[in-house]
Structures are given as structure tokens and as C-alpha cells.
Design a protein around this ligand. Structure first.
Ligand SMILES: [Fe+2]
Length: 357
């Protein structure tokens, strides 16, 4: 299985993973051949690409961090919760909270049950409308990073819940400001900044959430160096869960298309996180991030510094930045060939120059 950018999809390619539409329902089953209308639809909907099966990528399996069914269930429950909050429907809100609380158990069971989890962020795109998809992605990323801090189940559960609800306040922000295509004015930015407090106020109005769940929601835009909002807290003054949600939030948002910009390439988002160690994020947190998040996702095509192209075939858990690459054949070297950037001594000078998606 390999990941193909939406612009490189061709009729007849075999779909490698089931594909879910904007409402969380199954859109295309795996194993089917792509058709021109489906490719056109994927382009129209703004999807980054999808996984296909071909002979070249045989043997490369990409495991789901959470199953598509759980993901779809989480999407529906968070959609119901946000709709109820926005429409101020108290009974529906209580019901939706119960659905969310239930599905989070499933999310945590799957994440903690699958041993070591490496996140391939492109695998987490294209399931649902941004708001719901982002909530679930931040929840999954936060849990996976949280596991690196040896959080127990109860702590992970609270982290997952705060992450799922972290941007609820955005529902109450003027859409024209929230989705403004251009640069925000200073006043508009002040309005955006209120979403953390509004989210918490709205949650408190409708349900009892413990302060350990509420505090990370209001502080998910604090920065390690004290330059964040709403309180300008720094370092250990910011709860660990808020710091984990912050790094997950920024990584997922950077790698997503937004009304005001296109998605940043995955490697750029990764470098941004690394470059902010000790500034926006604590150095220990960034270290945990690099142990769980793959800078070069499995199955993507890459260009190496020696001019050869290939796909990321396998990760080394202790060094995600130096994966095993399967080289594309050339007229000079038509046979199957791999370069292990981590273990082949003669390849130590070779680097991944670019991800080609
Ligand atoms: Fe936010």
C-alpha cells in the first residue's frame, strides 16, 4: 500500500483503504478501482490523496491507529455534541456527552492495545469536516504523545476528553472572523482568543466536567515561553495535558487545509515543532513528539539526496527520521532495491530531501 497525492491518481488504481466522506460515512470501499468521477470528486472536496495497492508497494501495510469504525463513531458523537452546544439543546447535549465519554473508552482501548503506535499524519486526513476531524485527530495525537509520559488510564481518559473538546468555543466565534481568508486585524485576533474561555463557559453551563478536564481546554493556547494566551503562563505552570494538546493542535492544524491557507507539507510542520523546542513547546514534550510522530509517513514517495526516488517502507522506532526506503527502479538498476537509512553504513551520507506529495 502506498500514498498517492490526489494530483497523481489515475483511473484503474486500486484503493488500499476504505474512504470516508465528510459525514463520517463510508464513501468508497477498499479493493475497488478508481474511476474518473471519483478522482474528480476527491479533488473537488480538497482531499490530499489516498492509499492505493500496487505491486511496487506489496508488503507495506499501514495499520490504523484507531479503527475506521471507531473513528466514524467518534466523528458522529462529536458532531452531535457540537450541534447540541451551538443550538443550545440541553437534553441533546447531555446525551452527546455520554456518547463521547463512551467512544473515548474505545479510542483509548485501541491506542493502548496496539503496542507501539507511530503516527502517520496523512493517514488521519480526509475523513470528516475539519472541525470534527480536527477534534478527533488532536484527541488521538494527544493520547499517543501522552502515552510517552506514562500517563495512567484515568489521566489518558481526561486528556482525551479535554482534547476532544478543546476548540468547542470556536462554535461561538463569528464565522467570518474564524474562517477569514486574509490576515486578521488585531481586534479580530482578540475575538479569536476568546474561544478558550467561551468554550469552558459553555461546557460548564451544560455539564459537570472536573477542573482537570477544564484547565487544559482554557490553556491550550499557552506557550512554554509565556507568550501564549489567555494567562501568559509559562513552563510547568501550564498543565501537562494543556501542553500536549497544544502541540497536537498545532501539528494537526498545520497539516490541514484551512480557508486562509493550504496545508503545510508534513515535513515543514514537523520542522516547525522541532524549531519551537524551548519556545512554544517544552523540550521534553518535543522529544516525546519525535518518538511518536513520523516525519516521513509510511507509504509516501520521497526524493533522496542521491537523486533516487522511493517510498517510505518501514520505520525504525528508535529513529523515525531514518526509515527504510524502497527505491523505484531505474533503467540502470531495474531490480528491487532498498536503502536502510538507519542501518546501511554506506547510506549514512544519504538524506531524505523531499516528501513528494
Ligand atoms: Fe484553539
Amino acid at each position: 500500500m502506498r500514498f498517492i497525492s490526489v494530483n497523481d491518481l489515475k483511473e484503474g488504481m486500486i484503493i488500499g483503504k476504505p474512504f470516508y466522506g465528510q459525514t463520517g460515512y463510508l464513501l468508497i470501499q477498499s479493493g475497488l478501482a478508481l474511476t474518473a468521477p471519483v478522482i474528480a470528486k476527491l479533488k473537488y472536496l480538497g482531499y490530499m490523496g489516498l492509499y492505493i495497492e500496487d505491486a511496487f508497494s506489496e508488503g507495506l501495510d499501514i495499520e490504523n491507529v484507531i479503527s475506521p469504525e471507531t473513528r466514524s463513531k467518534a466523528g458522529k458523537s462529536v458532531r452531535k455534541l457540537m450541534t447540541a452546544a451551538a443550538k443550545k439543546k440541553a437534553v441533546l447535549f447531555s446525551e452527546a456527552v455520554k456518547d463521547v465519554l463512551e467512544v473515548l473508552n474505545q479510542v483509548i482501548d485501541e491506542i493502548t492495545g496496539s503496542g507501539s503506535v507511530i503516527i502517520n499524519i496523512i493517514d488521519m486526513k480526509g475523513y470528516d469536516a475539519y472541525t470534527y476531524q480536527h477534534s478527533i485527530n488532536v484527541c488521538v495525537l494527544s493520547c499517543v504523545i501522552g502515552m510517552g509520559f506514562d500517563l495512567n488510564r484515568d489521566q489518558l481518559y481526561k486528556l482525551a476528553l479535554s482534547a476532544m473538546l478543546h476548540d468547542l468555543g470556536n462554535l461561538f466565534i463569528d464565522k467570518e472572523i474564524l474562517d477569514k481568508p486574509g490576515k486578521l486585524t488585531a481586534d479580530e485576533y482578540e475575538v479569536i482568543k476568546t474561544h478558550t474561555a467561551i468554550g469552558v463557559d459553555q461546557l460548564k453551563l451544560r455539564y459537570f466536567f472536573p477542573s482537570s478536564v477544564i484547565a487544559p481546554i482554557i490553556q491550550h493556547h499557552e506557550r512554554f515561553d509565556g507568550g501564549g494566551y489567555p494567562f501568559g503562563r509559562k513552563g510547568a505552570e501550564i498543565p501537562l495535558n494543556a501542553q500536549i494538546i497544544s502541540i497536537s493542535d498545532i501539528y494537526d492544524a498545520f497539516t490541514s487545509n484551512r480557508p486562509y491557507r493550504k496545508a503545510h507539507p508534513v515535513t515543514e510542520a514537523y520542522e516547525y515543532i522541532l524549531g519551537n523546542a524551548g519556545q512554544a513547546f517544552g523540550a521534553e514534550l518535543v522529544k516525546s513528539f519525535t518518538k511518536k510522530i513520523a516525519p516521513f509517513p509510511l507509504g509516501v514517495q520521497v526524493l533522496l539526496s542521491n537523486g533516487r526516488k522511493g517510498i517510505v517502507f518501514k520505520h525504525h522506532e528508535d529513529n523515525l527520521i531514518r526509515p527504510l526506503i524502497k527505491l523505484e527502479p531505474t533503467p540502470e538498476q531495474p531490480d528491487e532495491c532498498f536503502i536502510d537509512l538507519n542501518n546501511d553504513v554506506e547510506s549514512y551520507h544519504i538524506t531524505v530531501e523531499k516528501v513528494l506529495i
